[in-house]
Write a protein that binds this ligand. Structure first.
Ligand SMILES: N[C@@H](CCC(=O)N[C@@H](CS)C(=O)NCC(=O)O)C(=O)O
Length: 228
């Protein structure tokens, strides 16, 4: 009998949504194979990868004949596989809707605002060799601050995790995004004890998977520190 090819994920661990997928796969012990797509080498622009995802973005998941893009869709697909603990993406309609509520909000709030800080502070200076544009960075930090306020006052108001009493895919998307500015040594949760406690709870819930997924990003931080 022919054996099923393992589920494949195309990832670059310097990418925030890719790390969320990586952590979920590790925590749920889903058998899979990682295909690394190094964005800095332009490996997302090859003909082969473009065939897989014409948008040339990671993450991409291939499960047999089924190819899926968009981290949100991939995380929810993986979380509904048989045997995966329910808390990642609850079945009960209201609880599931709470996760969907956050993930819908995430892509126009936490994601662009944290990513902009990283782009201005790390990516653009690395690409152009220029200085950080302080005025633009201050603007980005102010936008991120407003998003962090909302995370505290809305999503974490009465519960330990963003969408309830247990960790879900929403926490993975959020934390991986908020970690991205750490590449410059910036802790965006500094001075925010409520969010710091949430981060510790998520890290404890996913344990070694967090460190595995973030090792590459934190190595960037260490290399930058060594150059100072
Ligand atoms: N909405 C997509 C965004 C994916 C995305 O923006 N991926 C970035 C890395 S974080 C990428 O592949 N960028 C390559 C490029 O734009 O050339 C998701 O959540 O999966």
């Amino acid at each position: 009998m022919a054996t099923e090819p393992p589920l494949e994920v195309h990832l670059d661990l310097l990418s925030q949504p890719c790390r969320a997928v990586h952590i979920l796969l590790a925590c749920t012990r889903t058998p899979h194979r990682v295909r690394t797509v190094a964005l800095r080498k332009g490996e997302n622009r090859t003909a082969e990868f473009t065939k897989l995802n014409p948008m040339r973005r990671v993450p991409v998941m291939v499960d047999g004949k089924f190819t899926l893009t968009e981290s949100d869709a991939i995380l929810k697909y993986l979380a509904t596989k048989p045997g995966v603990p329910e808390h990642w993406y609850p079945r009960q309609p209201e609880r599931r809707a709470r996760v969907d509520e956050y993930t819908a909000w995430h892509h126009s709030n936490t994601r662009p605002h944290a990513a902009k800080v990283f782009i201005l502070e790390v990516l653009l200076p690395a690409q152009t060799g220029g200085q950080v544009e302080q005025e633009r960075l201050d603007g980005a930090l102010a936008q991120l601050d407003a998003t962090l306020d909302r995370l505290e006052s809305m999503f974490l108001r009465r519960q330990p995790f963003l969408c309830g009493d247990d960790v879900s895919v929403a926490d993975l998307l959020a934390l991986c995004e908020l970690m991205q500015p750490a590449a410059s040594g910036r802790d965006v949760l500094q001075g925010r004890p409520q969010l710091q406690r949430w981060r510790s709870r998520v890290q404890a819930a996913v344990c070694h998977a967090f460190h595995q997924a973030h090792a590459v990003l934190l190595a960037v931080r260490e290399r930058r520190r060594a150059k100072l």
